[in-house]
Design a protein around this ligand. Structure first.
Ligand code: ATP
Ligand code: MG
Length: 337
Protein backbone atom coordinates (compact mmCIF):
# COMPACT_ATOMS: atom_id res chain seq x y z
CA UNK A 1 0.00 0.00 0.00
CA UNK A 2 1.31 3.45 -0.72
CA UNK A 3 -0.29 6.59 0.59
CA UNK A 4 1.10 10.10 0.29
CA UNK A 5 0.64 12.55 3.13
CA UNK A 6 1.37 16.27 3.26
CA UNK A 7 4.14 17.09 5.74
CA UNK A 8 4.54 20.57 7.18
CA UNK A 9 7.78 20.67 9.20
CA UNK A 10 6.81 24.04 10.71
CA UNK A 11 8.64 26.66 12.76
CA UNK A 12 10.99 26.64 15.75
CA UNK A 13 11.50 23.06 16.97
CA UNK A 14 9.16 21.84 14.20
CA UNK A 15 11.81 20.58 11.75
CA UNK A 16 13.72 18.79 14.55
CA UNK A 17 10.74 16.89 15.96
CA UNK A 18 9.43 16.20 12.44
CA UNK A 19 12.73 14.58 11.44
CA UNK A 20 12.59 12.33 14.52
CA UNK A 21 8.94 11.48 13.85
CA UNK A 22 9.45 10.58 10.18
CA UNK A 23 12.42 8.44 11.21
CA UNK A 24 10.06 6.40 13.42
CA UNK A 25 7.40 6.18 10.68
CA UNK A 26 10.07 4.91 8.28
CA UNK A 27 11.24 2.34 10.83
CA UNK A 28 7.63 1.14 11.08
CA UNK A 29 7.48 0.53 7.36
CA UNK A 30 4.14 2.30 6.94
CA UNK A 31 4.45 2.61 3.18
CA UNK A 32 3.92 6.36 3.46
CA UNK A 33 5.33 8.87 1.00
CA UNK A 34 5.87 12.44 2.16
CA UNK A 35 5.01 15.56 0.23
CA UNK A 36 6.79 18.39 2.07
CA UNK A 37 4.99 21.73 2.05
CA UNK A 38 5.66 25.09 3.67
CA UNK A 39 3.59 27.10 6.12
CA UNK A 40 4.34 29.59 8.89
CA UNK A 41 7.42 31.80 9.13
CA UNK A 42 9.36 29.56 6.74
CA UNK A 43 6.66 30.09 4.11
CA UNK A 44 6.48 33.83 4.78
CA UNK A 45 10.22 34.14 4.15
CA UNK A 46 10.28 31.87 1.08
CA UNK A 47 6.98 32.74 -0.61
CA UNK A 48 5.82 35.95 1.09
CA UNK A 49 2.75 34.11 2.37
CA UNK A 50 2.18 32.39 5.75
CA UNK A 51 -0.09 29.85 4.14
CA UNK A 52 0.63 29.57 0.40
CA UNK A 53 -2.20 28.31 -1.83
CA UNK A 54 0.06 25.43 -2.95
CA UNK A 55 0.14 24.19 0.64
CA UNK A 56 -3.65 24.22 0.87
CA UNK A 57 -3.87 22.43 -2.49
CA UNK A 58 -1.51 19.67 -1.33
CA UNK A 59 -3.44 19.11 1.90
CA UNK A 60 -6.68 18.95 -0.09
CA UNK A 61 -5.10 16.51 -2.54
CA UNK A 62 -3.66 14.12 0.05
CA UNK A 63 -6.46 14.64 2.60
CA UNK A 64 -4.08 13.91 5.46
CA UNK A 65 -1.37 16.19 6.84
CA UNK A 66 1.20 15.84 9.59
CA UNK A 67 2.05 19.29 10.85
CA UNK A 68 4.75 20.80 13.02
CA UNK A 69 4.00 23.87 15.15
CA UNK A 70 3.50 27.10 13.21
CA UNK A 71 4.22 30.62 14.37
CA UNK A 72 1.83 33.39 13.45
CA UNK A 73 3.64 36.73 13.80
CA UNK A 74 2.07 38.91 16.49
CA UNK A 75 0.76 42.23 15.15
CA UNK A 76 0.66 43.02 11.45
CA UNK A 77 -2.93 41.79 11.32
CA UNK A 78 -2.16 38.15 10.53
CA UNK A 79 -4.96 35.68 11.25
CA UNK A 80 -3.73 32.60 13.13
CA UNK A 81 -2.61 29.98 10.62
CA UNK A 82 -4.13 27.22 12.71
CA UNK A 83 -7.50 28.98 12.72
CA UNK A 84 -7.28 29.54 8.96
CA UNK A 85 -6.54 25.85 8.35
CA UNK A 86 -9.43 24.80 10.60
CA UNK A 87 -11.87 27.09 8.77
CA UNK A 88 -10.59 26.33 5.29
CA UNK A 89 -10.98 22.57 5.69
CA UNK A 90 -13.90 22.73 8.14
CA UNK A 91 -11.96 20.62 10.66
CA UNK A 92 -14.87 20.34 13.06
CA UNK A 93 -13.50 17.73 15.44
CA UNK A 94 -10.51 18.48 17.64
CA UNK A 95 -9.51 15.18 19.22
CA UNK A 96 -7.11 15.34 22.15
CA UNK A 97 -5.99 12.08 23.77
CA UNK A 98 -4.48 12.29 27.27
CA UNK A 99 -2.68 9.07 28.15
CA UNK A 100 -0.51 8.33 31.19
CA UNK A 101 3.08 7.42 30.40
CA UNK A 102 5.51 5.88 32.86
CA UNK A 103 8.55 7.81 33.96
CA UNK A 104 6.87 11.21 33.72
CA UNK A 105 6.17 13.56 36.57
CA UNK A 106 2.40 13.32 36.42
CA UNK A 107 -0.02 13.45 39.32
CA UNK A 108 -1.94 10.40 38.13
CA UNK A 109 -1.27 7.02 36.59
CA UNK A 110 -3.52 4.97 34.33
CA UNK A 111 -5.33 7.88 32.72
CA UNK A 112 -6.66 7.33 29.23
CA UNK A 113 -9.10 10.08 28.31
CA UNK A 114 -9.93 11.37 24.83
CA UNK A 115 -11.52 14.80 24.61
CA UNK A 116 -13.54 15.43 21.46
CA UNK A 117 -14.02 19.17 21.12
CA UNK A 118 -16.36 20.86 18.64
CA UNK A 119 -14.09 23.17 16.72
CA UNK A 120 -16.20 25.42 14.48
CA UNK A 121 -19.00 27.05 16.49
CA UNK A 122 -19.99 27.64 20.13
CA UNK A 123 -18.34 30.63 21.80
CA UNK A 124 -15.49 30.90 19.29
CA UNK A 125 -17.20 32.78 16.48
CA UNK A 126 -15.41 35.55 14.65
CA UNK A 127 -18.70 37.39 14.21
CA UNK A 128 -21.06 38.56 16.92
CA UNK A 129 -18.32 40.15 19.03
CA UNK A 130 -19.09 43.79 19.74
CA UNK A 131 -17.84 46.55 21.98
CA UNK A 132 -19.97 49.61 22.59
CA UNK A 133 -18.57 52.93 21.42
CA UNK A 134 -17.84 54.09 24.96
CA UNK A 135 -16.00 50.83 25.63
CA UNK A 136 -18.26 50.00 28.57
CA UNK A 137 -20.21 47.05 27.20
CA UNK A 138 -18.76 44.03 25.44
CA UNK A 139 -20.97 41.37 23.93
CA UNK A 140 -20.08 38.05 22.42
CA UNK A 141 -22.32 35.46 20.94
CA UNK A 142 -22.53 31.72 21.45
CA UNK A 143 -24.06 29.76 18.61
CA UNK A 144 -24.55 26.02 18.48
CA UNK A 145 -26.44 24.35 15.69
CA UNK A 146 -28.23 21.02 15.56
CA UNK A 147 -26.06 19.99 12.63
CA UNK A 148 -22.82 21.06 14.35
CA UNK A 149 -23.76 19.38 17.62
CA UNK A 150 -24.88 16.21 15.86
CA UNK A 151 -21.73 15.78 13.83
CA UNK A 152 -19.40 16.19 16.81
CA UNK A 153 -21.41 13.87 19.05
CA UNK A 154 -21.66 11.32 16.26
CA UNK A 155 -17.91 11.59 15.70
CA UNK A 156 -17.31 10.86 19.40
CA UNK A 157 -19.57 7.80 19.39
CA UNK A 158 -18.20 6.44 16.10
CA UNK A 159 -14.67 6.89 17.43
CA UNK A 160 -15.65 5.15 20.67
CA UNK A 161 -16.96 2.17 18.70
CA UNK A 162 -13.88 2.01 16.44
CA UNK A 163 -11.41 2.29 19.29
CA UNK A 164 -13.32 -0.08 21.57
CA UNK A 165 -14.03 2.53 24.24
CA UNK A 166 -16.79 1.99 26.79
CA UNK A 167 -18.23 5.38 27.73
CA UNK A 168 -18.99 8.82 26.29
CA UNK A 169 -19.55 11.76 28.65
CA UNK A 170 -21.23 14.86 27.22
CA UNK A 171 -20.08 17.97 29.09
CA UNK A 172 -22.40 21.01 29.04
CA UNK A 173 -23.82 23.95 30.96
CA UNK A 174 -27.44 23.54 29.90
CA UNK A 175 -28.75 24.56 33.31
CA UNK A 176 -27.55 28.15 32.74
CA UNK A 177 -26.80 28.56 29.02
CA UNK A 178 -30.21 27.12 28.33
CA UNK A 179 -30.55 27.53 24.58
CA UNK A 180 -27.05 26.97 23.18
CA UNK A 181 -25.80 24.38 25.65
CA UNK A 182 -29.31 22.93 25.95
CA UNK A 183 -29.45 22.24 22.22
CA UNK A 184 -26.07 20.48 22.36
CA UNK A 185 -27.19 18.33 25.29
CA UNK A 186 -30.51 17.38 23.69
CA UNK A 187 -28.80 16.36 20.49
CA UNK A 188 -26.24 14.35 22.48
CA UNK A 189 -29.03 12.48 24.29
CA UNK A 190 -30.77 11.68 20.99
CA UNK A 191 -27.64 10.38 19.30
CA UNK A 192 -26.57 8.39 22.37
CA UNK A 193 -29.71 6.25 21.87
CA UNK A 194 -28.29 5.03 18.56
CA UNK A 195 -25.28 3.54 20.40
CA UNK A 196 -26.73 1.30 23.13
CA UNK A 197 -23.42 -0.58 23.37
CA UNK A 198 -21.64 2.58 24.61
CA UNK A 199 -22.47 3.93 28.05
CA UNK A 200 -23.68 7.55 27.91
CA UNK A 201 -23.18 10.00 30.70
CA UNK A 202 -23.78 13.76 30.97
CA UNK A 203 -22.04 16.18 33.26
CA UNK A 204 -22.17 19.92 33.93
CA UNK A 205 -18.84 21.52 33.10
CA UNK A 206 -18.01 22.85 36.57
CA UNK A 207 -18.62 19.45 38.10
CA UNK A 208 -16.64 17.84 35.25
CA UNK A 209 -13.61 19.97 36.22
CA UNK A 210 -13.81 18.83 39.82
CA UNK A 211 -14.42 15.19 38.89
CA UNK A 212 -11.48 15.22 36.46
CA UNK A 213 -9.15 16.35 39.20
CA UNK A 214 -10.58 14.09 41.92
CA UNK A 215 -11.51 10.92 40.04
CA UNK A 216 -10.12 11.05 36.51
CA UNK A 217 -10.36 7.26 36.08
CA UNK A 218 -14.13 7.57 35.65
CA UNK A 219 -13.70 9.29 32.26
CA UNK A 220 -13.19 7.61 28.92
CA UNK A 221 -14.36 9.77 25.99
CA UNK A 222 -15.52 13.34 26.65
CA UNK A 223 -17.51 15.19 24.00
CA UNK A 224 -18.19 18.89 24.39
CA UNK A 225 -18.59 22.28 22.77
CA UNK A 226 -15.76 24.54 21.64
CA UNK A 227 -14.93 26.63 24.72
CA UNK A 228 -15.38 23.85 27.27
CA UNK A 229 -13.36 21.49 25.09
CA UNK A 230 -10.52 23.98 24.80
CA UNK A 231 -10.26 24.23 28.58
CA UNK A 232 -10.95 20.60 29.48
CA UNK A 233 -8.45 19.20 26.98
CA UNK A 234 -5.66 21.30 28.51
CA UNK A 235 -6.81 20.21 31.95
CA UNK A 236 -6.53 16.58 30.82
CA UNK A 237 -3.06 17.23 29.36
CA UNK A 238 -2.09 18.57 32.78
CA UNK A 239 -3.33 15.40 34.48
CA UNK A 240 -0.84 13.32 32.49
CA UNK A 241 2.13 15.62 32.86
CA UNK A 242 1.77 18.49 30.42
CA UNK A 243 2.17 19.33 26.77
CA UNK A 244 5.25 17.22 25.99
CA UNK A 245 3.01 14.20 25.40
CA UNK A 246 -0.12 15.86 24.04
CA UNK A 247 -1.17 15.24 20.43
CA UNK A 248 -4.05 17.06 18.74
CA UNK A 249 -6.00 15.72 15.77
CA UNK A 250 -8.11 18.07 13.65
CA UNK A 251 -10.64 16.13 11.66
CA UNK A 252 -13.06 17.16 8.92
CA UNK A 253 -15.09 15.40 6.25
CA UNK A 254 -12.49 16.03 3.56
CA UNK A 255 -9.19 16.49 5.38
CA UNK A 256 -7.48 15.72 8.65
CA UNK A 257 -4.46 17.45 10.16
CA UNK A 258 -2.43 15.84 12.93
CA UNK A 259 -0.18 17.92 15.16
CA UNK A 260 1.41 18.40 18.57
CA UNK A 261 -0.56 20.62 20.92
CA UNK A 262 2.53 22.56 22.00
CA UNK A 263 3.90 25.54 20.09
CA UNK A 264 7.16 26.18 18.26
CA UNK A 265 9.13 26.57 21.53
CA UNK A 266 11.50 29.25 20.19
CA UNK A 267 13.42 29.17 23.50
CA UNK A 268 14.85 25.71 22.73
CA UNK A 269 14.73 25.69 18.90
CA UNK A 270 17.94 24.48 17.27
CA UNK A 271 19.32 23.05 20.50
CA UNK A 272 18.42 19.45 19.71
CA UNK A 273 16.60 18.90 23.00
CA UNK A 274 12.92 19.17 21.98
CA UNK A 275 10.77 16.22 22.96
CA UNK A 276 9.38 14.61 19.77
CA UNK A 277 6.69 12.56 21.58
CA UNK A 278 3.68 14.83 21.12
CA UNK A 279 4.19 14.88 17.35
CA UNK A 280 4.93 11.14 17.38
CA UNK A 281 1.67 10.50 19.21
CA UNK A 282 -0.11 12.66 16.62
CA UNK A 283 1.52 10.47 13.96
CA UNK A 284 0.20 7.39 15.81
CA UNK A 285 -3.31 8.89 15.70
CA UNK A 286 -2.78 9.56 11.99
CA UNK A 287 -1.94 5.90 11.44
CA UNK A 288 -5.17 4.95 13.26
CA UNK A 289 -7.04 7.32 10.95
CA UNK A 290 -5.42 5.66 7.92
CA UNK A 291 -6.49 2.24 9.17
CA UNK A 292 -3.03 1.22 10.45
CA UNK A 293 -4.21 0.79 14.03
CA UNK A 294 -1.64 -1.85 14.93
CA UNK A 295 1.22 0.43 13.83
CA UNK A 296 -0.22 3.34 15.81
CA UNK A 297 -0.33 1.15 18.90
CA UNK A 298 3.30 0.16 18.32
CA UNK A 299 4.40 3.80 18.45
CA UNK A 300 2.61 4.34 21.78
CA UNK A 301 4.10 1.16 23.22
CA UNK A 302 7.59 2.06 21.97
CA UNK A 303 7.35 5.45 23.68
CA UNK A 304 6.24 3.73 26.89
CA UNK A 305 9.15 1.27 26.72
CA UNK A 306 11.72 3.92 25.84
CA UNK A 307 10.57 6.06 28.77
CA UNK A 308 11.24 3.17 31.13
CA UNK A 309 14.29 1.45 29.62
CA UNK A 310 16.15 4.12 27.63
CA UNK A 311 16.36 6.86 30.25
CA UNK A 312 19.68 8.14 28.89
CA UNK A 313 18.06 8.80 25.54
CA UNK A 314 15.03 10.67 26.94
CA UNK A 315 14.83 14.46 26.50
CA UNK A 316 15.48 16.80 29.46
CA UNK A 317 11.85 17.96 29.77
CA UNK A 318 11.00 14.41 30.89
CA UNK A 319 14.01 14.23 33.18
CA UNK A 320 16.41 12.48 30.78
CA UNK A 321 19.89 13.36 29.58
CA UNK A 322 19.31 12.80 25.87
CA UNK A 323 18.07 14.88 22.97
CA UNK A 324 15.54 14.83 20.15
CA UNK A 325 17.69 12.53 18.04
CA UNK A 326 18.60 10.01 20.73
CA UNK A 327 15.00 9.80 21.94
CA UNK A 328 13.74 9.41 18.38
CA UNK A 329 16.34 6.72 17.65
CA UNK A 330 15.44 4.80 20.81
CA UNK A 331 11.77 4.81 19.82
CA UNK A 332 12.60 3.90 16.20
CA UNK A 333 14.61 0.90 17.43
CA UNK A 334 11.74 -0.25 19.60
CA UNK A 335 9.04 -0.03 16.91
CA UNK A 336 11.17 -2.32 14.76
CA UNK A 337 11.73 -4.89 17.48
P1 ATP B 1 4.34 29.45 20.33
O1 ATP B 1 4.46 30.92 20.26
O2 ATP B 1 4.73 28.78 19.05
O3 ATP B 1 3.02 28.98 20.86
P2 ATP B 1 5.34 29.20 22.99
O4 ATP B 1 6.74 29.28 23.53
O5 ATP B 1 4.36 30.21 23.33
O6 ATP B 1 5.43 28.97 21.41
P3 ATP B 1 5.17 26.44 23.50
O7 ATP B 1 5.95 26.20 22.30
O8 ATP B 1 3.94 25.64 23.68
O9 ATP B 1 4.67 27.88 23.57
O10 ATP B 1 6.15 26.27 24.73
C1 ATP B 1 5.86 26.49 26.08
C2 ATP B 1 7.05 25.97 26.90
O11 ATP B 1 7.13 24.56 26.79
C3 ATP B 1 8.40 26.49 26.40
O12 ATP B 1 9.26 26.75 27.49
C4 ATP B 1 8.94 25.37 25.56
O13 ATP B 1 10.34 25.32 25.54
C5 ATP B 1 8.35 24.14 26.22
N1 ATP B 1 8.09 23.11 25.18
C6 ATP B 1 7.10 23.12 24.27
N2 ATP B 1 7.16 22.05 23.47
C7 ATP B 1 8.21 21.32 23.88
C8 ATP B 1 8.80 20.09 23.46
N3 ATP B 1 8.30 19.38 22.42
N4 ATP B 1 9.88 19.63 24.12
C9 ATP B 1 10.40 20.31 25.15
N5 ATP B 1 9.90 21.47 25.61
C10 ATP B 1 8.82 21.98 25.00
MG1 MG C 1 2.14 29.56 22.75
Amino acid sequence: MSKTIAVIPGDGIGPEIMTATLRVLDALDCGLAYDFVDAGMVALEKHGDLLPPATLDKIAEHKVALKGPLTTPIGGGFTSINVTLRRHFDLYANVRPAISFPGTKARYENIDIITVRENTEGAYLSEGQTLSEDGEVATSMVRNTRKGSARIVRYAFEMAVKKGRRKVTAVHKANIIKTASGLFLNVAREIAKEYPQIEFNEMIVDNACMQLVMKPEQFDVIVTTNLFGDILSDLCAGLVGGLGLAPGDNIGEHAAIFEAVHGSAPDIAGKGIANPCALLLAAADMLDHLGMVEKGARIRQAIRDALVHDRDAVTPDLGGKGGTQSFGEAIARRVQA
